[in-house]
Design a protein around this ligand. Structure first.
Ligand code: THU
Length: 138
């Protein structure tokens, strides 16, 4: 697993801010940018992409996960999310689930109350292992 230093968090926040400037958020006017470190050392980013059919809007994390898969996959090691002012933003509940699917064990997130693990922000998560365990037993 790649080390997560103070410099890594600085890079993640900076990349998230850069991604935020690319958001398409004409309806909420609430741009969001995200960035993550992948277990092979690369960085992936994303921004929210809204739609005139409001419910179809994509969170920034959807964009990040698409970029992760399209650039070679891997597991997310560390993640940062910012709002339009560059302030740390907590990923919404659905997006915690999206991130969990692609998380490295012990994945870290920049949160309003400090650095936390994915298990702390999504305790007792439903995920790929839940399905595997069930399938193995049947
Ligand atoms: N949003 C994200 O992109 N990620 C989150 O984790 C929280 C919410 C976006 C969705 C919508 O485009 C805007 O923020 C306002 O809800």
């Amino acid at each position: 697993m790649t080390e997560t230093s103070a410099e890594t968090w600085e890079t993640l926040r900076s990349l998230a801010n850069e991604a935020m400037t690319k958001a398409y958020a004409p309806y909420s006017k609430f741009p969001v940018g995200v960035a993550a470190l992948v277990d092979d050392g690369r960085f992936v980013t994303g921004a929210n992409v809204e739609n005139a059919s409001y419910g179809l809007g994509l969170c920034a994390e959807c964009s990040l996960v698409s970029n992760l898969i399209m650039t070679g996959g891997g597991k997310l090691v560390a993640f940062a999310c910012v709002d339009g002012d560059g302030n740390t933003l907590m990923p919404c509940g659905r997006c915690r689930q999206l991130l969990y699917e692609h998380s490295a064990p012990g994945m870290l997130l920049d949160t309003l109350s400090g650095i936390k693990t994915i298990d702390e922000v999504l305790p007792d998560a439903f995920g790929p292992r839940t399905l595997q365990t069930y399938q193995d037993a049947h």
